[in-house]
Write a new protein. Sequence first.
Length: 142
Amino acid sequence: MRATIVTQTIDHDSLLREVTDERRGASALFLGTVRSINDGREVRAIEYSAYEDMAEREMMAVLREAESQFAGTRLVAEHRIGLLNVGDVSIAIAAAHEHRSPALDALRYAIDEIKTRAPIWKREHYVDGSEAWVDPSHAVTR
């Protein structure tokens, strides 16, 4: 289990390799990417910042909770900070378990809780040249 804040491109293939082994037949990967439209506005990039030590601690707490709730699941997560362009991966979470349902459930739990609890902020940069901080309390979970 590992949770890390990074500044470089996330290598999601290495995250999958980190959680898989011959005992775990189900692997799941979540990639959160910068999208080009948010709330009807054209996005050019997002600048992520974090209280890094606290964010990593909170991410680890979430992964521990997920592993506890879905016993036998192995998880790893990385969240990227800095200026990311449309299409860049901002967060990747990999999960592996003997069976698909616990792997998928642990993955969903992890992303939902990390987005809610980790002190990571984003400032959207729009095509029109304006910028705005995104209020995390208005985030939609789907």
